[in-house]
Design a protein around this ligand. Structure first.
Ligand code: HEM
Ligand code: NAG
Ligand code: NAG
Length: 322
């Protein structure tokens, strides 16, 4: 693309125009994904995944949150390529935001083996993560959306890439906006996608500084957080990201923010007198708007730099390359 733009004042020849059109099509990587990708090659793929997700969430509601988070942590690190699932000494799993924190790998393994048994070597681990994220949200009463498919799996996974691309809960609003902008996502999409924190739990270590040192926090909420999260020790003690309804995908997260009951520093940044306050107001009063925006934003997140065509591979085992 850049090489075409850098030709100054050239009269476009037919060849140039063709090249422009061609590179435009290639550049639109999302155009290569399709919701019908497995319709003939593996017609049972989606129903197999949904049945397994429903069972896992029924067994433990929090698993829906853990599975949704996997897709986010996959897509933000070199695109949605299942790099987050690879085992290894310096794999993404070992990175600071992930180690002792990400969960659900066993559920993905079970789903992958079930999908392999209905059609071997066809469905990528990256696509499984995208479908599982949708089915998890639906299982917890959230919105549905059509999942774009056709991603392939990476052969590499880098802890340092995860450390530098996954936003930290210590970031301020401008840091969060920059982190999402680096992935082609807008500030509006940051707020919508942060609504994922309407489900799931976080460890004491991720909110201790807020529970003890911050002032933009409801005082009784602060006291209750301190009782669950000591100033030293108890690093793995859990608190719900949405204190109101942690296993329902609703808009309560946004109402909590308005009440200064965001769990993470980064959560409360979205409602702290800045440019995103009005969107939090809207979502807190209009659940349908939040759900529609979340669905659109997660489809866009799922389009981040997919491997397609003959790039990458279809892993047989999501934990290792073929
Ligand atoms: C906006 C920047 C974000 C930051 C700073 C952030 C940070 C965090 C942190 C620190 C935790 C707790 C981890 C732990 O206790 O070890 C967490 C949990 C979680 N995050 Fe985020 N997150 C962000 C965005 C997102 C997005 C975009 C999604 C999905 C679309 C998401 C989904 C989740 C879920 C569902 C959990 C709970 C997981 C569970 O219970 O296992 N987060 N996040
Ligand atoms: C946000 O954090 C960055 C990096 O830590 C800092 O440079 C910046 O001044 C902060 N912005 C605000 C508005 O506090
Ligand atoms: C709170 O802030 C003080 C002073 O900056 C610092 O020494 C302490 O470690 C902080 N506590 C937590 C839990 O972050």
């Amino acid at each position: 693309m850049a090489s075409h733009r850098s030709i100054p004042y050239s009269i476009p020849s037919t060849t140039t125009k063709f090249c422009l059109l061609f590179s435009l099509l290639v550049g639109m990587s999302s155009a290569q994904l399709s919701s019908t990708f497995y319709d003939t090659s593996c017609p049972k793929a989606l129903s197999t995944i949904k049945t397994a997700v429903d069972a896992a969430v029924k067994k433990e509601a929090r698993m829906g949150a853990s599975l949704l988070r996997l897709h986010f942590h996959d897509c933000f690190v070199n695109g949605c390529d299942a790099s987050v699932l690879l085992d290894g000494t310096n794999s993404e799993k070992t990175a600071a935001p992930n180690t002792g924190s990400l969960r659900g790998f066993d559920v993905i393994d079970t789903i992958k083996s079930q999908v392999e048994s209905v059609c071997a070597g066809v469905v990528s681990c990256a696509d499984i993560l995208a479908v599982v994220a949708r089915d998890s949200v639906v299982a917890l009463s959230g919105p549905s959306w059509t999942v774009q498919l056709g991603r392939r799996d990476s052969t590499t996974s880098s802890a340092s890439d995860a450390n530098s691309n996954i936003p930290a809960p210590t970031l301020n609003l401008s840091g969060l906006i920059t982190s999402f902008s680096n992935k082609g996502l807008t500030a509006n999409e940051l707020v919508a996608l942060s609504g994922a924190h309407t489900i799931g739990q976080a460890r004491c270590t991720t909110f201790r500084a807020r529970a003890y040192n911050e002032t933009n926090i409801d005082s009784s909420y602060k006291t209750s957080l301190q009782s669950k999260c000591p100033s030293t020790g108890g690093d793995n003690n859990l608190s719900p990201l949405d204190v109101t309804s942690p296993t329902t995908f609703d808009n309560a997260y946004f109402t909590n923010l308005k009440n200064k009951k965001g769990l993470l520093h980064s959560d409360q940044q979205l409602y702290n007198g800045g440019s995103t306050d009005s969107q939090v107001d809207t979502y807190s009063s209009n659940s349908a708007t939040f759900k529609t925006d979340f669905a659109n934003a997660i489809v866009k997140m799922g389009n981040i730099s997919p491997l397609t065509g003959t790039s990458g591979q279809i892993r047989t085992n999501c934990r290792k390359t073929n």
